[in-house]
Design a protein around this ligand. Structure first.
Ligand SMILES: Cc1cc2nc3c(=O)[nH]c(=O)nc-3n(C[C@H](O)[C@H](O)[C@H](O)COP(=O)(O)OP(=O)(O)OC[C@H]3O[C@@H](n4cnc5c(N)ncnc54)[C@H](O)[C@@H]3O)c2cc1C
Length: 483
């Protein structure tokens, strides 16, 4: 049986894009269906990863400029810089990236169709465009890469003007003096530090008593110190009861109850940013007679080849649930293409790093010190503080630390945890050593460029080795790998 396409991909985010690029390298005929009339690239390019990082970069530059070159009048950054400048910085980054994605698809002969894609049977997809015209295509394989969208709050509404979600904050027209962030995940933390760097007074309302619970405890302590320095206030165990305008004081009011104090409190703010969970985009996507299996939260279940319960229909990216990240989606889309065209491929092995693009950044891979202890592994840690690194001194970015967790007996590296400038990049040196079952001796025995942030690995390795030495092991034996 012949079809119009070898694969039709619904959604042009990182999962869809990488599946398309990999499939065309296998000489397959590919169609990407995208509901957004104006842009390809999904949340990755237009609402999430890239725009938030472009805003972050602009805020970071402003903060740098403001701290390095001060202001004799003592003005805050929001009195010296305009949101318009940040938005145009973001726009130029997005325009450039959007052009590149479009060019890559055209160069690789990937066809695109704009409109709402719906799978009507195993081999047929319809696309309804903005003029309500429906076109039908047939295909051998289908990839669902429709991503996710922000969840709505339960007891107030997002009006995208005073009360924002992670999409509408990207178009805010001025730097707010006060911002209340409801939610305590990675995105809320990123936006908290971005706006705090611009001088905005930030309050985070967190309905649980945990904040980034997966962080190493010392990294978390360091993060809290920096949050305090930035004036960011966090209310834990606090539930929002109501959000309403106060016309007399021309502001918004957030009424919340803190379990710790057991009383209603009111916060005044210019804007509220709600960052709750995500919802998979599966509405009106496939005919109910198709046996595509969803989990309790509505995410699509797949096997480890990203195949759904229907043999030729695959799903990748946010629509399949955790880890919902662009980095994972790129890999999943590519592997789905390999699987559908029977090309041998390896799933990524080893630990996966996480990256939080706050100011400063946080990143980690492998075991934390607590996890290693819980598992009964005898570990020692080595620390390097940014304030002791020449490069951090030169950059005036001295907040943060890098921590190595390694086995005491053979110095094998088990985890790296970093809080500080360029942490999300820096983590990959530790990742490479861990992937090769390496030891912290690598950082002592190899020459690393100087001055760099990578020097932190050398400093932390020496710090760790010294700790093993203090515990009674001869230095010579440590470096000869004898305990
Ligand atoms: C504020 C924010 C910051 C983030 N920062 C990072 C980061 O720093 N690093 C990182 O790795 N990840 C980050 N992420 C997560 C990342 O953006 C997502 O995990 C990633 O974009 C998911 O990719 P995807 O391909 O699954 O879907 P998406 O990128 O969401 O793309 C899905 C596409 O499918 C289209 N679509 C949906 N339904 C249909 C339909 N029926 N027909 C046609 N088209 C349809 C949508 O219009 C959309 O374009 C961030 C997310 C947010 C919100």
């Amino acid at each position: 049986m012949s079809f119009d396409y070898d694969v039709i991909i619904i959604g042009s985010g990182p999962a869809g894009f990488s599946c398309a690029m990999q499939s065309t390298k296998f000489d397959k005929k590919v169609l990407i269906v995208e509901a957004d009339d104006n842009h390809l690239g999904g949340t990755w390019l237009n609402k999430g990863t890239v725009p938030s990082k472009a805003l972050r970069e602009a805020a970071d530059l402003i903060q740098d400029f403001h701290t390095q070159f001060g202001d004799e009048k003592g003005r805050k950054p929001f009195e010296r810089f305009r949101m318009e400048d940040l938005l145009s910085y973001k726009k130029s980054a997005l325009d450039s990236k959007n052009r590149k994605v479009k060019t890559d698809l055209i160069k690789n002969e990937v066809e695109t169709a704009r409109g709402w894609g719906e799978i009507v049977d195993e081999h047929t997809v319809t696309v309804k465009d903005s003029l309500n015209k429906t076109t039908t295509y047939t295909t051998e394989n289908i990839l669902i890469a429709t991503g996710s969208r922000p969840e709505e709050p339960k007891n107030f509404n997002i009006d995208h003007s005073s009360v924002l979600d992670y999409n509408s904050i990207l178009n805010i027209t001025h730097i707010p003096r006060r911002l209340v962030i409801v939610g305590s995940g990675v995105i809320s933390f990123e936006y908290a530090t971005i706006f705090a760097s611009l001088g905005t007074r930030i309050t985070i309302l967190n309905d649980s008593d945990e904040f980034l619970p997966f962080l190493d405890h010392e990294i978390r302590d360091d993060v809290f110190k920096v949050l305090k320095k930035k004036g960011i206030i966090i209310h834990t165990l606090s539930k929002v009861k109501e959000v309403k305008p106060n016309p007399l004081r021309t502001c918004m009011e957030v009424v919340f109850r803190s379990e710790l104090e057991d009383r209603l409190q009111v916060l005044e703010s210019d804007h509220i940013l709600y960052v709750g969970g995500k919802i998979p985009n599966t509405d009106n996507l496939f005919d109910s007679t198709l046996n595509i299996d969803l989990n309790d939260e509505g995410y699509i279940n797949t096997d480890h080849h990203y195949r759904t319960a229907v043999k030729n229909i695959y799903a990748a990216g946010d629509v399949t649930g955790d880890p919902t990240s662009a980095s994972a989606s790129f890999v999943q889309g590519r592997l789905a293409a390999c699987s559908m065209f029977d090309i041998p491929s390896e799933s990524p092995t080893g630990d996966i790093p996480y990256g939080i693009y706050s100011i400063p950044e946080i990143s980690g891979i492998g075991l934390t010190e607590e996890q290693a202890h819980d598992m009964g592994i005898d570990v020692t840690v080595g620390r390097a503080y940014y304030k002791n690194l020449t490069y951090a001194d030169i950059n005036h970015r001295t907040d943060g630390m890098l921590k190595l967790v390694f086995k005491t007996d053979d110095l094998k590296l088990l985890g790296v945890h970093i809080f500080g400038d360029h942490a999300t990049d820096l983590i990959h040196l530790g990742q490479s050593i861990m992937a090769q079952d390496g030891t912290i001796k690598y950082f002592i025995e190899h020459v690393l460029n100087y001055p760099t942030y990578s020097e932190a690995y050398r400093v932390a390795a020496f710090n760790g080795v010294n700790r093993v030495y203090k515990a009674g092991v001869k230095y010579k034996n440590i470096l000869n790998n004898k305990s």
